[in-house]
Design a protein around this ligand. Structure first.
Ligand code: HEC
Length: 123
């Protein structure tokens, strides 16, 4: 094997090996102590989170921003257009929610993320 091929091979190997670095699960999904997301359901987790933090303003006949979050289909609609997590995670381009309140806790946000990643089941 010529030196040139060896060099090319090692460069190639380095690229292959380093390209996987950011796929580390713990970097992508940091572990939150005491946060159990193994059994997140709409009824036991998601609806209570929204009821506690959001429906005070986003329900009834004149909901804030004309966004109602009082049942499954309304919450799914907001999840699907990005507004739900954009506002809860305080992402740029979205009004931070809950309005004038504290940002939801990491574990609460992770449960919402988990439910959405699982395909927003109505369970
Ligand atoms: C105290 C009232 C209040 C609470 C509580 C509240 N919101 Fe809002 N929300 C508003 C108002 C008012 C707006 C209109 C935009 C603004 O004034 O910032 C809004 C806008 C939004 C929007 C649209 C944001 C955009 O940039 O298009 C979303 C999505 C939203 N709220 C979701 C939520 C969620 C999810 C919660 C619970 C975590 C929540 N809101 C809690 C009052 C509230």
């Amino acid at each position: 094997m010529t030196k040139k091929i060896k060099l090319l091979l090692s460069v190639f190997l380095v690229i292959v090996m380093t390209s996987c670095y950011y796929d580390n699960a713990e970097d992508l999904y940091p572990v939150i102590p005491d946060c159990d997301t193994t059994n997140v359901t709409f009824g036991n987790d998601i609806m209570p989170i929204i009821n506690t933090n959001c429906t005070g303003c986003h329900s009834g006949s004149a909901p804030s921003a004309n966004i109602r979050l009082s049942n499954y289909s309304e919450i799914v609609a907001s999840a699907n257009n990005g507004g739900l997590m954009g506002s809860i995670k305080h992402e740029s381009g979205w009004s931070p929610m809950p309005k004038n309140g504290n940002k939801l806790g990491d574990c609460t946000i992770k449960k919402l993320d988990t439910w959405i990643a699982e395909g927003t089941p109505n369970n």
